[in-house]
Design a binder for this molecule. Structure first.
Ligand SMILES: [Zn+2]
Length: 105
């Protein structure tokens, strides 16, 4: 598991994009550098109950999240977080996931 999710950041205006685009949606620059985001707020949660061609599919939750300093991305949700929850982002096998931040002790 790798902390954070890889995104691309415009060199010119620092806008974050994911997936990578040809041109920046804000300033139309074409220079991007890889960056990572570690935190996001859940905006919408959906459940995928079936997947074509998958016989042993387990229902899983995906969430549309707004990253703290980057774009809105879709991730696999690993817990019962609902909209408004601040979650931590991480990658497993390059796929983005998130789960509620553990309360600091
Ligand atoms: Zn830009």
């Amino acid at each position: 598991m790798t902390p954070g999710v890889g995104i691309w950041r415009c060199v010119k205006c620092r806008e974050g994009v994911f997936p990578q685009r040809l041109l920046c949606p804000r300033c139309h620059g074409d220079d991007f550098v890889p960056d990572r985001v570690y935190e996001a707020v859940v905006e919408e949660v959906s459940m995928i109950r079936h997947m074509l061609g998958q016989t042993d599919w387990q229902p899983r939750r995906i969430a549309s999240v707004r990253t703290s300093n980057g774009p809105r991305i879709t991730i696999g949700l690993r817990d019962e977080s609902s909209p408004g929850t601040v979650i931590e982002l991480f990658e497993e096998d390059t796929a983005p996931y998130g789960a509620a931040r553990k309360p600091s002790t």
